[in-house]
Design a binder for this molecule. Structure first.
Ligand code: GUN
Length: 285
């Protein structure tokens, strides 16, 4: 048996077309063009690629992109000042600060400086709180994309056993909350989990967000399980691979997401979606 592939590229394309249409309608009906500010500090090459892709995606969707590239030497104070300016900028409905930030900057302080009303990444503690309560306003982009991919299969989530591997604030924790609110029985595994393979083998839905190439192997996956791979790892030979040993696991899983072309494109689509939703809220529609 070979797993069905959940095609993130195709799903993201469909979403992006709908978002572009939504943007046009908002411009026409309310005279509001959604705007997204992306802030990049330092010269991490991967972050630069992500921000460039986000900007291009905005342009294609008709969203006004505002890019702020700052040197690695930027002080925390001047970054906070910039964010406060963006908070007050009427043209901007979403603000994202690309992570990771240089080590001399306190990430928590920066994320808390973003107005919760413009928090397109959903990282502000106020938005984390709304998410935990089950009444989210901004849902973090990658977790939102993961849920869309699961839903695209038509498989119900309620009652299923879901195992999330990784406990980051960006992916692991929010994805676990979203699955919980959809009535899955959720376990979060991490570096200290005892018998991690045994726990993962129980799962109907596996979300791998651990950042280790090919960490999830065929013997860890229950036959027919759904496997969502959030990992993006660069091997020494330059190859891009996920956290899942795709070629082997696809022989065992019921559904699987590829890397590249899986969760990655969904993250960008959801960022656009969050920005559009924010602009709609501003317009009161
Ligand atoms: N770095 C890695 N993932 C993300 C993300 O989803 N948003 C931001 N802002 N930075 C990231």
């Amino acid at each position: 048996m070979s797993a069905l592939i959940i095609d993130g590229k195709a799903l993201a394309l469909t979403l992006r077309e709908a978002i572009a249409q939504g943007v046009q309608e908002l411009v026409k009906t309310a005279g509001i063009k959604p705007g997204l500010a992306a802030v990049l500090v330092g010269d991490d090459p991967a972050s630069a690629v992500y921000v460039r892709n986000k900007k291009l995606a905005c342009e294609k969707a008709g969203i006004f992109p505002q890019e702020h590239r700052l040197p690695a030497s930027t002080t925390q104070e001047s970054l906070v000042t910039l964010i406060h300016q963006l908070n007050g900028d009427e043209r901007i409905h979403g603000i994202l600060v690309q992570l990771p930030l240089p080590s001399h900057i306190d990430t928590k302080i920066i994320l808390q400086a973003v107005s919760p009303d413009k928090d397109a990444d959903g990282f502000h503690p106020v938005n984390v709180g709304h998410l935990v309560e089950g009444d989210p306003i901004f849902v973090p982009c990658t977790p939102k994309g993961v849920m869309h991919m699961i839903d695209s299969t038509g498989e119900p989530i309620a009652g299923k056993r879901a195992v999330v591997i990784g406990r980051s604030n960006i992916v692991g924790k929010p994805v676990a909350m979203l699955l919980l609110h959809r009535h899955a029985t959720v376990t979060i595994c991490h570096s200290r989990t005892q018998d991690l393979p045994g726990v993962v083998r129980e799962a109907d839905i596996v979300v791998a967000a651990i950042g280790k190439p090919h960490f999830v192997t065929k013997d860890m996956v229950k036959p027919g399980a759904m496997v969502i791979d959030v990992g993006i790892n660069r091997l020494p030979d330059g190859q891009l691979v996920g956290d899942v040993d795709f070629d082997r696991v696809k022989e065992q899983a019921g559904w699987i997401t590829p890397v590249p072309g899986g969760v990655g494109p969904m993250t960008i689509a959801m960022l656009l979606q969050n920005t559009l939703e924010s602009a709609r809220r501003k317009a009161g529609c």
